[in-house]
Design a protein around this ligand. Structure first.
Ligand SMILES: Cc1cc2nc3c(=O)[nH]c(=O)nc-3n(C[C@H](O)[C@H](O)[C@H](O)COP(=O)(O)O)c2cc1C
Length: 202
């Protein structure tokens, strides 16, 4: 089984990079495969062009899609599952990943007369500076989950999960206190990806 990992963080010196590495190690240790799009490393262009906008807005199949978009769509249709790994920036995914959805989720692929396969599973692993309690109390967690699970993923995957690694901002001591536990959780999420409903999620 193959997982397509869409990873987005501007720096290798980050909790999120370590979390992503632990997750993919879990995938390979379980005998499964992965393919990764490291959006910053690829210099993925997240800016929708006017012709792309017009194509999507008018539900057209022309002009032909750009090579970089086709490559991402091929990775989806050649995989069994998808995982998004990113830090929360202003209660959203980083702009580069938001732009990835703008450009890759095209008319005729992700909506309209779709050619995108329905994936077995989709998982979001995101790091957040704030505590889970705060994100729940303020309704911000619900907003993030709704956008990712109910709009972007919707019925495009059979099973969906949203895992938050909270209190990971550098200013919190909890970041280092939780580090090993969180890396284990990310690893186990990869390890159990295809064998268990909730993987390493708590
Ligand atoms: C520009 C920016 C915006 C951020 N916005 C939020 C936010 O809205 N909510 C939150 O919980 N954390 C926020 N954070 C904290 C990040 O999620 C942080 O990167 C995360 O704790 C993981 O650490 P890492 O960058 O070392 O991977 C923000 C960080 C930055 C740099």
């Amino acid at each position: 089984m193959k997982v397509f990992v869409v990873y987005c963080h501007p720096s290798k010196d980050s909790f999120t990079k370590n979390m992503c590495d632990a997750f993919v190690k879990g995938i390979t240790d379980s005998g499964n495969e992965y393919v990764i799009s490291d959006l910053y490393e690829m210099h993925f262009d997240p800016v929708m062009r006017e012709e792309e906008y017009l194509r999507d807005a008018y539900y057209r199949n022309t002009p032909d899609l750009c090579e970089d978009v086709l490559a991402e769509q091929a990775k989806i249709n050649e995989s069994d599952a998808i995982a998004f790994v990113y830090p929360v920036f202003w209660t959203e995914a980083p702009a580069m990943l938001v732009g990835w959805f703008d450009r890759v989720w095209t008319y005729g692929f992700a909506y309209g007369n779709r050619t995108m396969k329905v994936l077995d599973k989709a998982v979001i692993l995101c790091s957040a500076g704030n505590s889970l309690e705060y994100l729940e109390e303020t309704g911000l967690l619900e907003s993030m989950k709704k956008v990712m699970l109910e709009d972007r993923l919707k019925d495009r995957a059979e099973k969906k999960d949203f895992i938050v690694f909270d209190c990971t901002a550098r200013e919190y001591e909890l970041r280092s206190e939780n580090w090993e536990r969180y890396m284990k959780k990310a690893y186990e999420t990869g390890l159990c990806f295809f064998s268990q409903e909730d993987g390493g999620a708590e």
